[in-house]
Design a binder for this molecule. Structure first.
Ligand code: GUN
Ligand code: FE
Length: 463
């Protein structure tokens, strides 16, 4: 029984905040009851009876339980480059920073070190499900899946395909080689987790410029044959869009290149989608493909301010992605802030409104929805994770809001010259959530569970 406050999204606009709750979770990690008026724990135990009378209790008293975050797009091998982008934009950033690093994952020991460190990082920031790009090396890609399975993080793991416009030292020799390597990785990942409970494969054409039309079509066929997920990048940067138009002169748009190759399916994740036309949005909606919004990366590489409200209004399913190392943080909480920030830049740039376009702004509740329920729908797990309901898996984080661990704090107050001043503890739970969103980090993420299994905890707290 997870006992104390809990907070989760119930719709895009609405966050439910329950100050005294109790979540009953069975041995399989499935939520069996959700109590919202749980001041008396003994009464709750008695009400449910049976084994619940003996259930162990995990309490949170200075914080709340929150659903695990879903990172819908990131690049595990780029972890060592976090924060390195200078003044580059997408295409020169790839050449300067990314391809040299990714190509070194032929070294399995290096892959082991970096991948296990990155999975620890994302878990410690409360990410319970992550869609990972790996590299074009099958052994290292499969190793990433092994690590996620062992550590208990839900993951989509993709072997990257690129048969053109990439350096000689880092590219697929042929279309057949790209397809065979993808198939090999799909087969391996399905063999280690046949039910796909924790890890699943995802077909990963890097982006249109690094794949020929026949390669994209072959991967579209593979997606159909294997019923696998697909991930790629779309419409991230204006030079990239111009390049795609040059490379695929008969296509109607960047989106159309993927549509022609049958790569837009309900299991497809499209990262960025910054500069889509209304017609492209319609195509993506019609195919049921999903969007990963990566605001930190879009600002770091000056790709653009994605108009998320317009994507939502077009009926698209949107989640958040850290896009390390285009993005500079492994934290989805950071992306929540960045998504809110970018929506404010969109609002301030609005040509139509006299002052700002308030409709463009994301609220805290909306950004948290994208980080949980939205992301769950992007990775096809909306029935299993993203919120606290009976029948869903318990994928959650325990958020603690204590003061700084050292210093002059006593009982939540500081002795100041003018007398005691309340620092923490006076807020409503709603206000605590706002304060966490804007000033929280991994130190507040005391423990993390996937399917009821404890997959991370900090030393500071007992759980
Ligand atoms: N487009 C193609 N490859 C990449 C990548 O590694 N990161 C980002 N942000 N965009 C890409
Ligand atoms: Fe990316």
């Amino acid at each position: 029984i997870y006992y104390g406050a809990f907070v989760h999204s119930v719709s895009l606009a609405d966050l439910e905040v329950c100050p005294k709750g109790a979540l009953g979770v069975d041995e399989a990690g499935v939520i069996k009851f959700v109590e919202r008026d749980a001041a008396d724990l003994e009464k709750i135990k008695a009400k449910h009876g049976g084994e619940w009378k003996e259930a162990s209790v995990v309490r949170v008293d200075d914080g709340f339980f929150f659903p695990g975050f879903i990172d819908t797009h990131t690049h595990a091998p780029q972890h060592p480059n976090t924060g390195l982008f200078g003044k580059t934009t997408l295409l020169d950033w790839l050449e300067t920073y990314t391809f040299p690093l990714e190509s070194s994952f032929s070294d399995l020991q290096k892959a082991q070190r970096i991948y296990s460190n990155f999975v620890s990082r994302t878990l410690s920031h409360g990410t319970t499900t992550c869609a990972y790009y790996a590299t074009n090396h099958v052994p290292a890609t499969n190793l990433l899946a092994d690590i996620c399975l062992k550590r208990g993080q839900r993951a989509l793991v993709g072997r990257v395909c690129m048969n053109t416009m990439s350096p000689e030292y880092y590219r697929d020799a042929s279309v057949d080689a790209a397809v065979a390597a993808s198939q090999e990785s799909i087969d391996y990942i399905r063999s280690i987790d046949p039910a796909g409970d924790i890890v699943k494969p995802i077909i990963t054409p890097r982006f249109a410029p690094s794949c020929t039309a026949d390669c994209l079509s072959a991967l579209g066929n593979l997606a159909q044959q294997t019923d696998a997920h697909v991930q790629t990048h779309v419409s991230e940067n204006t030079s990239e869009i111009a390049l795609v138009q040059d490379l695929f002169p008969t296509s109607k748009s960047y989106t159309d290149v993927y549509d022609t190759a049958n790569l837009l399916t309900p299991k497809t994740i499209l990262a960025h989608a910054v500069h889509l036309s209304p017609a492209e949005r319609q195509t993506i909606k019609a195919r049921g493909a999903k969007i990963s919004h990566c605001p930190a990366s879009n600002t770091a590489l000056t790709s653009g301010c994605c108009p998320v409200r317009e994507l939502l209004n077009a009926g698209l399913t949107v989640g958040l992605g850290t896009d390390v190392s285009g993005g500079f943080s492994p934290s989805i909480l950071e992306e929540v802030r960045q998504a809110i920030w970018v929506s404010r830049f969109v609002a301030m740039q609005s040509p139509s409104a006299a002052a700002t376009d308030n409709a463009a702004k994301l609220s805290t509740a909306e950004a948290l929805y994208l980080a949980t329920r939205g992301g769950a729908a992007v990775v096809g797990l909306e029935d299993r994770v993203g919120g606290f309901e009976v029948g869903k898996d318990f994928d959650a984080q325990m958020i603690r809001l204590g003061s700084a661990p050292e210093g002059g704090e006593q009982n939540g107050t500081f002795e100041l010259a003018g007398g005691p001043v309340d620092v923490f503890g006076w807020e409503t739970l709603e206000e605590k959530v706002e304060k966490w969103v804007y000033s929280g980090d991994d130190r507040n993420c005391a423990a993390v569970w996937v399917k009821g299994r404890l997959v991370h905890r900090t030393g500071r707290y007992e759980v």
